[in-house]
Write a protein that binds this ligand. Structure first.
Ligand code: SF4
Length: 204
């Protein structure tokens, strides 16, 4: 029987990126192919849901937007079998991915977060189009060239740097300096600041 490993499913507001403030149902899938040192998601603890159980749960919420997240949702083998009935029911579906896997064609909005600390894994780009790209800022001599590489190889409408949070502290100073460096010699800022507002607003 088809089952999905679900860390959590809940309705809230998108806390970051272009769609900040958008009501959405978050479906957090288990499993990831990275192990970022600042990861704030416990993607190893999950409950198994059948497809019908998951669809019933989604119907309990009001929002017509769904955010598929993780962990790394592109690793889920039968994801399209979940996406298809959701699309048929009229949901707009966004995905949050680290960019190492190909995103299913049924997805309406793609947010990619390539990870500088695993830069060698991005030598081969498999998902070259996105709606937005968000990179967690790290004060490292190679960081700007990684962002430039991503900008050249992933075509996105918007590019963001996000401050890195470790134990409640954000590297805001470094992030703004890095934004200045990556936007240097441009007439308009190509890279924008992304704040995880839900962490400040105490929204799940
Ligand atoms: S890719 Fe995302 S979910 Fe996976 S370890 Fe890194 S921050 Fe956590």
């Amino acid at each position: 029987m088809l089952e999905f490993r679900i860390v959590e499913i809940f309705e809230s507001l998108q806390g970051e990126g272009y769609n900040t403030g958008m009501p959405a149902i978050f479906i957090r899938l288990a499993g990831c192919n990275l192990n970022c040192c600042w990861c704030d998601t416990n993607f190893r603890q999950y409950t198994r849901f059948t497809l019908d159980q998951l669809l019933d749960k989604v119907k309990q919420y009001k929002s017509k937007n769904i955010i598929i997240t993780g962990g790394e949702p592109t690793l889920v083998k039968d994801l399209s079998k979940l996406l298809l009935p959701l699309k048929q029911a009229g949901y707009f579906i966004a995905i949050e991915s680290n960019g190492l896997g190909k995103v299913d064609a049924l997805i309406d909005y793609i947010a990619l977060s390539p990870k500088f600390c695993y830069q060698s894994r991005y030598q081969k780009i498999v998902q070259s189009i996105a709606n937005e790209v968000k990179i967690v800022a790290e004060n490292h001599p190679d960081f700007i060239s990684f962002c430039q590489y991503i900008e050249q190889n992933i075509q996105a409408k918007r590019y963001y740097l996000s401050p890195c949070e470790r134990n409640g502290e954000f590297n805001m100073h470094d992030t703004i300096i890095l934004l200045g460096q990556i936007n240097q010699n441009r007439i308009e800022n190509k890279w924008l600041l992304n704040i995880q507002t839900h962490k400040f607003a105490n929204i799940e």
